[in-house]
Design a protein around this ligand. Structure first.
Ligand SMILES: *[C@@H]1O[C@H](CO)[C@@H](O)[C@H](O)[C@H]1NC(C)=O
Ligand SMILES: *[C@@H]1O[C@H](CO)[C@@H](O)[C@H](O)[C@H]1NC(C)=O
Ligand SMILES: *[C@@H]1O[C@H](CO)[C@@H](O)[C@H](O)[C@H]1NC(C)=O
Ligand SMILES: [Zn+2]
Length: 550
């Protein structure tokens, strides 16, 4: 039976839990048809109508099967146990030892392997128009790559169209039509006026967006100044939305680029030289202090340098709510490739902030271990060789961005767990659970718990793999991790209750991915009001003064 859009809404949390209570499926269907609005529309795009037929909308009932994962080590961020996991109708129905099931259930043996929540990538750019071109991975190819690498959800950045958030949201809705896994949106803010301020409210209250990113870099295009950054932070605070920043000093970067061109340094190494770590440190410090002044939580995206990381460490030590997100490229690569004599080799490593010299990578890994940084993203923003060649004569024209959505789970496992730096539970925390908490998705996402979405991976710690552009699933002809080998391999990915990756093969359905609406006021906002009250009452002001009687 093919179930249309409205019923596919039933895979949302509320009704998924309801399903546990009502065992007679007929009763359940009656319930759903009678109260379609009970399940908050989590598939907003289905309701949007035009062009969204049954074929490409929500999960088909025929494709959600019953699955038993037997004997694996089930890992959550808070706990680890050997247990079976039973999946039905797209969500986790039971987690306990020795679950008995009938013949109609697909059984996967996970003995000796880890059963973990699918990865959530907090930072991607699929089908993004940038620097005169568009990223080579769209929502389908990018998500296919993600699923093959054990990531089952990502949060992409909507870029406004001519500054309009609504137009941007509509455009991304279309881009995401062919999704094969769940996804959410952050919204970038690229200019500031009253209209944008009003649209932010619409995005939060009606469109399921709970975070906004501000650019302190890209002078002349996305960059906004401190005055507008303050306005944006205030607005975020009042809406309970998380403020995110791309922290580099855009004016100084502009100056640095001019300096390199004047020196005749026009190749990819000029990119790194023009925007050194201190400019990232300066902007990170400034954003942190302005967020403190406003008293709103801050999320620093792609922390690439020791300079930025230490500003976050200092703020967190003082009690400020700052989240730091390193990305895989910053954790495992260094800038040496940028000096390659082959332009295309060097150009594929160009991203902003730049990949830093050796030493920054290890320091960022350490910061993840100690909790100074909390979760790992990718900034997956892929351009192929033809696109990278746009900047053959001028590094300023090389489209910025590297791959990572497929490699993140494997590389983080290899450098953090296999190396002995963190526990398997901490691995789950930094690749999935913490992201779910920050964006108010937990425990629907980021956990192997009864009632959670069945987004699950099975990782074999004894298998190994080699990363290469020949076998990856991105559309790019290159891979910045080319030739890298690692231990630990995601052998099975289950997304929305379906096995989508097994035996090195993808089995994905365009349109089966759901838009996940995210609500404001995450845990970082708890107590903000009380802190504001205490701050105000500490003023002992205004002081009452008598008018002098002269
Ligand atoms: C991996 O190796 C360990 C140690 O030799 C072993 O205990 C475990 O069962 C192995 N797992 C698999 C899936 O082979
Ligand atoms: C953006 O604005 C420019 C100039 O006002 C206009 O030419 C262009 O068509 C607009 N783009 C979109 C996508 O609306
Ligand atoms: C890069 O992508 C463009 C656009 O899809 C395509 O025309 C070009 O052939 C690709 N280049 C390579 C080297 O794959
Ligand atoms: Zn980005």
């Amino acid at each position: 039976m093919m179930i249309g859009c409205r019923v596919s809404d039933s895979s949302s949390m509320a009704s998924a839990f309801t399903a546990k209570l009502i065992s007679v499926s007929l009763l359940l269907l009656v319930f759903l048809f009678t109260f379609p609005s009970v399940s908050e529309s989590n598939n907003l795009f289905c309701d949007a109508g035009s062009g969204y037929g049954e074929q490409s909308c929500g999960i088909h009932s025929t494709s959600s099967s019953k699955i038993l994962i037997k004997g694996g080590t089930v890992v959550n961020a808070h706990h680890l146990e050997i247990a079976d996991v039973y999946v039905e109708d797209g969500s986790i129905a039971a987690v306990k030892p020795n679950i008995k099931v009938g013949d109609d259930v697909k059984v996967l043996d996970a003995t000796g392997k880890y059963v973990m929540p699918g990865g959530i990538d907090p930072h991607t750019h699929l089908a993004m128009e940038f620097m005169g071109t568009e990223t080579i991975d769209d929502f389908f190819s990018g998500q296919a790559a993600a699923l093959a690498g054990g990531t089952t959800m990502h949060i992409d950045f909507v870029i406004p169209v001519n500054g309009s958030l609504t137009a941007g949201f509509e455009a991304y809705k279309k881009k995401a039509k062919m999704s094969c896994m769940d996804y959410g949106f952050h919204m970038a803010i690229t200019k500031w006026d009253e209209v944008v301020s009003k649209e932010m409210e619409v995005m939060v209250k009606e469109k399921g967006i709970n975070s906004f990113k501000f650019f302190m870099a890209y002078k002349g295009s996305f960059m906004i100044n401190d005055e507008l950054l303050l306005e944006g932070f205030k607005r975020c605070k009042s809406l309970g939305a998380l403020a995110m920043v791309h922290a580099e000093n855009g004016d100084a970067v502009f100056e640095g680029q001019k300096r390199m061109i004047e020196l005749g340094i026009t190749g990819p190494e000029g990119h790194a030289l023009s925007r050194p770590p201190l400019l990232e440190g300066e902007a990170t410090a400034r954003a942190i202090r302005l967020a403190k002044f406003v008293n709103t939580p801050l999320y620093v995206v792609h922390v690439m340098s020791i300079d930025a990381m230490e500003e976050i460490a200092k703020a967190r030590k003082s009690g400020q709510r700052v989240i730091g997100e390193p990305v895989v490229s910053g954790l495992v690569l260094d800038d040496s490739w940028l000096w390659s004599s082959d332009f295309l080799t060097a150009a594929k490593y160009v991203m902003s902030p730049p990949i830093r010299s050796s030493g920054h990578d290890k320091a960022l890994q350490g910061a993840l271990v100690t909790g100074i940084l909390q979760l790992v993203g990718t900034d997956h923003c892929t351009f192929n060789s033809t696109q990278k060649a746009f900047g053959i004569d001028d590094f300023r024209k090389i489209p910025n961005g590297v791959n990572g959505i497929e490699e993140r789970m494997h590389l983080v496992w290899d450098i953090m767990v296999e190396s002995g730096k963190i526990s398997v539970m901490d691995y789950v925390r930094i690749t999935s659970s913490e992201c779910a908490r920050i964006f108010n998705l937990y425990p629907r996402k980021g956990a192997i718990l009864v009632g959670s979405d069945a987004d699950i991976i099975i990782l074999n710690p004894n298998s190994s793999l080699e990363i290469t552009a020949k076998s990856h699933h991105s559309r790019s002809d290159t891979n910045v991790y080319e030739g890298r080998r690692g231990k630990g391999k995601v052998e099975v990915t289950i997304a929305g209750g379906r096995v989508v990756w097994a035996n090195d093969e993808l089995n994905i359905v365009p349109g089966s991915g759901k838009y996940i609406e995210m609500t404001p006021f995450n845990y970082l906002f708890d107590g903000i009001e009380k802190a504001d009250e205490n701050y105000l009452s500490s003023f002992q002001a205004p002081v009452k003064r008598f008018k002098s009687s002269t």
